[in-house]
Write a protein of this length. Structure first.
Length: 333
């Protein structure tokens, strides 16, 4: 019998969770009835400040299949996905899905079927359009995908969502990438394996608000570029080299001019412009270096990617008097 673990990162999703839960349960029950697939729902509460944790507690009491991990603070969606995959080990398949229904749970049966032929190791989804998104945001998103695909060897698909169904071998490979600065879209592409892409029409979130501001998205895209390409460093190097070369030619020209025509005073505005330009260029290149250094610094600290404050086991043990240590021992015997 096949098992699917569904990982759901949740950050302030009190408004969307009830809808999501109703929908996913319907789909899961149907798949259990028709195909005999067993489900586990692993919610990751990413330090929500609303009622999300209480809702998850309720779900876990109502339904045996629900587990949750609650972070000690907001660690970001990337950390939540990692925590989910790490704790979903053991299932045959793992699905990552947003709580806001922008990743339609109804696609799950189709995704599962696609993995049955043995042709693919994962099924991923990409939205065909960017309906409902501000045009300026779409423009920057498109440019980002164009740039990163030129300068990185990880295949990063435009419009790709994090909504995926993955076989356990690939899950292991993703967990093995234990980097602190995570960029899942790149990691999924980098580990390889055969991925089938399912296009679908963009859906707007069912309730609540997006957690991504323009600034956050900008930082996230920079993180993606730095994590999956060293091209900016090469560009800085080439820029430096080119400006040295130009400066050398300038010097030759100036020496020749002075020898032939003497040294009339003047030309200071062009000089000021050049100094400004070179200063700016140097700062820019040092800035690029700094970005990589900062990421390296964070990686070398080997900080945990997330910190768990509570799981459904803790909650049940405390509040329902279920002693999980006992259960565990009995099963192990
Ligand atoms: N999310 C999270 N941690 C965060 C931000 C978002 O776990 O710091 C979750 C969020 O609850 C949702 C998913 O990631 O399930 C996608 O977030 P959102 O819908 O805000 O992003 P969008 O769909 O607008 O890209
Ligand atoms: Mg969303």
């Amino acid at each position: 019998m096949n098992t699917i673990t569904i990982v759901i990162p949740c950050y302030n999703e009190e408004a969307a969770l009830p809808y999501f839960w109703m929908e996913i349960r319907k789909i899961a029950d149907k798949m259990t009835d028709t195909k005999g697939i067993l489900f586990k729902f692993l919610f990751v509460n990413d330090g929500s400040k609303d009622e999300t944790l209480n809702i998850l507690r309720k779900f876990s009491v109502e339904d045996e299949r629900v587990c949750y991990i609650s972070f000690s603070r907001n660690f970001g969606k990337e950390a939540a996905i990692y925590a989910g995959l790490e704790n979903a080990r053991g299932g045959d398949y793992v699905a990552v899905m947003d709580a806001d229904m922008q990743d339609p749970p109804a696609l799950l049966p189709e995704m599962y079927e696609a993995l049955q032929g043995g042709m693919y190791d994962s099924v991923a989804t990409r939205r065909m359009d960017r309906k409902g998104e501000p045009p300026i945001r779409s423009f920057f998103a498109r440019s980002f995908y164009k740039i990163i695909n030129k300068i990185s060897d990880a295949d990063i698909v435009d419009g790709a969502r994090d909504f995926r169904l993955i076989k356990k071998e690939m899950v292991e490979a993703i967990i093995a990438m234990g980097e602190y600065n995570r960029f899942s879209k790149g990691i999924f592409g980098w580990v390889g394996f055969r991925t089938k892409w399912l296009p679908y029409e963009n859906v707007e979130r069912v309730a609540g608000e997006t957690k991504w501001s323009f600034w956050n998205l900008f930082k996230y895209s920079l993180q993606g570029i730095i994590a999956f390409s060293t091209a900016p460093l090469e560009i800085a190097f080439i820029l430096g080299l080119a400006s040295c070369f130009i400066a050398f030619i300038f010097i030759c020209v100036i020496i020749a001019k002075t020898l032939i025509l003497g040294d009339p005073v003047g030309g200071w505005p062009s000089l000021a412009c050049m100094i400004l330009f070179m200063g700016g260029l140097q700062l820019f290149c040092v800035g690029i270096l700094g970005q990589y250094l900062a990421k390296t610094y964070l990686e070398t600290k080997h900080r945990p990617i997330y910190i768990t404050a509570e799981t459904e086991k803790d909650y049940k043990a405390k509040n329902l008097g279920v002693d999980h240590a006992d259960n565990y021992l009995q099963k192990g015997e």
